[in-house]
Design a protein around this ligand. Structure first.
Ligand SMILES: CC(C)(COP(=O)(O)OP(=O)(O)OC[C@H]1O[C@@H](n2cnc3c(N)ncnc32)[C@H](O)[C@@H]1OP(=O)(O)O)[C@@H](O)C(=O)NCCC(=O)NCCS
Length: 131
């Protein structure tokens, strides 16, 4: 796992804003919602690597470092960790930006693993491209 850095690792793949509907009973953003954004970002990244359909096969190490407030700008950064035969390991970092100070901070990071699929939905070698 990369050491926590002062700046994001990887490519900005997805941005959104945390909304009141996504909170837990204590008013912070629900971890499952954050994981869903990370999975979407990781899938976009893996789709570009595989040049075709992918599916999530596993989630590796996950760290929830800081709570996410409502109304934060959420940025998911992705980078390829390893390309296997049919799988792609994607490192996903979630950073939030404070509206007032513009300061960014790392809130969550984790590894998402995808498998490349052909048009019939069967696993296929990543490097073959679509189908
Ligand atoms: C993804 C899927 C097609 C893989 O089929 P499979 O026959 O189980 O595949 P394998 O066991 O050969 O694994 C395929 C690759 O994934 C990797 N993999 C599988 N399970 C893994 C795990 N738990 N952790 C890390 N890697 C894993 C394997 O190492 C292999 O990588 P490689 O080809 O690069 O060496 C099948 O498991 C599936 O359809 N799962 C459901 C996916 C899904 O619905 N995702 C959305 C969840 S809501």
């Amino acid at each position: 796992m990369p050491a926590h850095t002062e700046s994001p690792t990887g490519t900005l793949t997805l941005q959104t804003i945390s909304m009141p509907a996504d909170t837990n009973p204590f008013g912070d953003i629900f971890g499952g919602w954050v994981m869903a954004q990370m999975d979407i970002a990781g899938a976009i990244h893996a789709n570009e690597v595989a040049k075709g359909r992918v599916t999530t096969v596993a989630v590796g190490s996950m760290s929830f470092i800081r709570p996410v407030p409502v109304g934060a700008i959420i940025s998911c950064y992705t980078s390829t960790r390893r390309i296997g035969n049919t799988s792609i390991r994607v490192w996903v970092e979630v950073w939030i930006k404070d509206f007032l100070t513009q300061k960014i901070s790392l809130v969550t990071e984790g590894e998402y693993i995808y498998v490349a699929l052909d048009e019939q939905g069967h696993k296929r070698p990543v490097r073959l491209g679509n189908g």
